[in-house]
Design a protein around this ligand. Structure first.
Ligand code: OSB
Ligand code: MG
Length: 366
């Protein structure tokens, strides 16, 4: 495959309701889409970088800059998607920016060969269960309304965002209202320290599936210490930036569950390696989300259908975030989404919708 270059397209989408986490509130999205142009086929991918460096060190303008200045020029001699990570290895960090190039090229390559992303990654299911991530709200009644709505829609697992002041009482209220059968978990996005261990242990009363990333990204040992003080399983998100950090976290007892987000770890190929090593260690994994459009969602659904993804992911229907999606909308049936089987990602942006939401387009030759 000969790479000609990449189109960098920015789109602006509003989200259906503000999404608040311990690190900030997302009200509208400024999303970078990348189209790879090769002599075989074209391929698409969505960059999951947020506008500000508040979830991880990457931020949107930084992604655009590093792609144009360093990563795309390094693609000239790359022949297929598996060559992307080696070609970019000397550049430190920026996993989301690396992932978007690899994914776009993988889509192009698989389209040219008529093979699906799911098949390529090792999918074993035709559909995947849907979980939903529910943001921090202004009041508990407002949260209970939102959770009730998602349960009625059919979501099989609820994840509550937590932070100091919005944690134990909120979880108790959700359990009291919706009962013990709801699959429930919480995500702190690094908002606590080890000094909060005794407070966090109060969550043990509520039979949560897991607590996600209570401590700082770098604090692997702290998570291992905390794991000894809690009954609730600890799941890492931010801390797992590669297969290497995943292996270290598992070995140290810092993670009994892993949230796999392909962007955070540099792409779907590294995501699969983490899946494989976690499966070998008996550690369950689930697919995280970064408020993706239908494009990024398609790839996540394929990944979530691998055998080690034994917990429902933050894999929601398009309507969770977007009134109008840029692809055919992902619609949930019976709490599940159907794994795409068409060539590549199996979906492409709808040209008219894409035009409507586009704010800029730039061509960068490899
Ligand atoms: O911590 O999982 C997270 C969204 C943006 C940044 C970080 C996180 C999230 C979510 C997932 O919670 C939301 C989704 O895409 O469904
Ligand atoms: Mg998280």
């Amino acid at each position: 495959m000969k790479i000609e270059g990449f189109e960098l397209r920015r789109i602006a989408l509003s989200i259906v309701s503000p999404f608040r986490t311990s690190f900030g509130t997302q009200t509208e999205r400024d999303i970078l889409l990348v189209k790879a142009v090769t002599d075989g086929a074209e391929g698409w991918a969505e960059c999951v970088t947020l506008p500000q460096p508040v979830y991880s060190p990457e931020y949107m303008e930084g992604s655009v800059d590093v792609l144009k200045r360093y990563f795309i020029p390094a693609m000239a001699d790359v022949r297929d998607a598996s060559g992307v990570a080696p070609a970019l290895h000397k550049f430190k960090g920026h996993p989301m920016s690396k992932a978007v190039l690899e994914t776009a090229l993988l889509d192009a390559e698989l389209r040219a060969e008529g093979r699906s992303f799911a098949r390529e990654l090792g999918s074993v299911h035709e559909r995947v269960p849907c979980g939903v991530s529910v943001g921090i709200m202004d009041s508990v009644p407002e949260l209970l309304d939102a959770v009730g709505g998602y349960i009625n829609e059919g979501y099989v697992r609820i994840k509550l965002k937590i932070e100091p002041g919005w944690d134990v009482d909120v979880v108790r209220a959700v359990r009291e209202k919706f009962g013990d059968d709801v699959l429930l978990q919480v995500d702190a996005n690094t908002a606590y320290t080890l000094r909060d261990a005794r407070h966090l242990a109060k969550l043990d009363d509520f039979d949560l599936l897991l607590i996600e990333q209570p401590l700082e990204e770098e604090d692997i040992v702290g998570h291992a210490d905390l794991a000894k003080m809690l009954k609730t399983p600890i799941c890492l998100d931010e801390s797992v930036t590669s297969a290497q950090t995943a292996a270290a976290a598992i070995r140290l007892g810092a993670a009994s569950v892993i949230n796999i987000k392909p962007g955070r770890v540099g792409g779907y190929l590294e995501a699969r390696r983490i899946h494989d090593l976690a499966a070998a260690a008996g550690v369950p994994v689930w697919c995280g989300g970064m408020l993706e459009t239908g494009l990024g969602r398609a790839a996540n659904i394929a990944l979530a259908s691998l055998p080690g993804f034994t917990l429902p992911g933050d894999v929601s229907a398009s309507g969770r975030f977007y009134a109008t999606d840029i692809t055919e909308p992902w619609v949930m049936e019976d709490g599940h989404l159907t794994v795409p089987t068409g060539p590549g990602l199996g979906v492409t942006p709808i040209p008219e919708v894409l035009e409507e939401f586009t704010t800029s387009v730039e061509w960068v030759a490899a």
